[in-house]
Design a protein around this ligand. Structure first.
Ligand code: CP
Length: 338
């Protein structure tokens, strides 16, 4: 692979291509190339909030000698309308159908963040908003988190596990649902289990009833696990899930039983406030089992302070690795290639 045109989904890439991206990110971490993207511009459109993605993409471009600009609805721009077919007689004066190609035209590549609407599971699983906006863009495109994917986070998580020598075959990866007061998107859990399956790990999804991941997500991860030599299962039994685990990756997500129905979702999730990852959870796990989370995380709600501040936690390394892997993607997309 010499050049990347789209970075939508890790599953679009072969193991060899992902290995090459990870090797390039390690090389750029050790040996800076501050002129590799000289004169190149990255356009960044955030339709939703961010800390890590926003800062790490700007840092990535700067470290490679290029530049980036950011547009988000909170900035001093005309109100941005996203709904198709709308009569624009309200506050919004600009539609994404014009704004997106205009923003893309100022750069050599576009990074786009468009979260799930959280109303219609079918539409969100099909990633309709991201795909619809992507059709308006002719420059190379990077998914900075869509309704059902977060490939930059997943590549950084893969690098984090490699850096820590976490086993691949026979490595046990547990994605655990955790309590959170809000109904959050499925993007990170979906992207995370497929990443761990592509890494060849034995993946267990631990969640209470009503928070099963959709079949389309589980089946995709199972197909990838078959291809890459791992496995994927789902359970609500915590001690069984954590038995021999090398990694516990915590994340909250919406109830799939009540998707789009906030009231029923809250009634169900409020029964599981005790799903706060804490040290006793790790008793059946490997001694040095790691704790992972994509951040931002609510302390003593999703995970205890003891775990987050203790030696298991690698959350800051994951966030820092966002920068190195994104530099590799940008280098392959806009620079000398792989
Ligand atoms: N993990 C992640 O994407 O963080 P931000 O939402 O802060 O960008």
């Amino acid at each position: 692979m010499s050049e990347i045109k789209r970075f939508d989904d890790l599953a679009d890439f072969s193991t060899e291509e992902i290995s090459a991206l990870l090797a390039l990110s390690n090389r750029l971490e050790r040996h800076p190339e501050p002129e590799a993207l000289k004169g190149k511009v990255l356009s960044l459109l955030f339709l939703n909030p961010s800390l890590r993605t926003l800062a790490s993409f700007q840092a990535s471009m700067t470290r490679l000698g290029g530049g980036a600009f950011v547009i988000s609805p909170e900035m001093s721009i005309h109100g941005l309308e996203t709904r198709p077919g709308i009569v624009m007689d309200g506050a919004a004066a600009e539609h994404v159908r014009e704004a997106v190609p205009v923003i893309a035209s100022y750069g050599d590549a576009l990074g786009l963040r468009a979260f799930a609407e959280g109303r219609n599971l079918t539409e969100d699983l099909e990633d309709r908003e991201y795909r619809g906006l992507a059709e308006l863009v002719s420059t190379p495109l990077i998914n900075m988190e869509s309704a059902i994917n977060h490939p930059c986070q997943s590549l950084a998580d893969w690098k984090t596990m490699d850096d820590l020598d976490i086993p691949v075959s026979a490595g046990k990866f547990v994605l655990s649902w955790a309590y959170h007061p809000l109904a959050l998107p499925l993007a990170v859990p979906a992207a995370t289990i497929q990443m761990a399956a592509m890494r060849g790990m034995d993946v267990t999804v631990l969640r209470p009833g009503g928070f099963e991941l959709p079949d389309v997500v589980m089946n995709k991860a199972r197909r990838l696990a078959e291809r890459f030599g791992g496995s994927v299962q789902e359970t609500d039994n915590r001690s069984e899930a954590l038995d021999g685990a090398h990694v516990v990756y915590a994340k909250s997500w919406s109830s799939t039983r009540h998707y789009g129905d906030k009231h029923s979702d809250y009634q169900l999730r409020n029964q599981h406030e005790d799903w706060c990852v804490d040290e006793p959870w790790f008793q059946p796990a490997e001694t040095n089992c790691r704790f992972m989370h994509c951040l931002p995380v609510r302390r003593n709600v999703v995970v205890s302070e003891a775990v987050l501040d203790g030696p298991r936690s690698v959350v800051v390394a994951e966030a820092r690795n966002r920068m190195w892997v994104q530099m590799a993607v940008l280098y392959a997309m806009l620079g000398p290639g792989l």
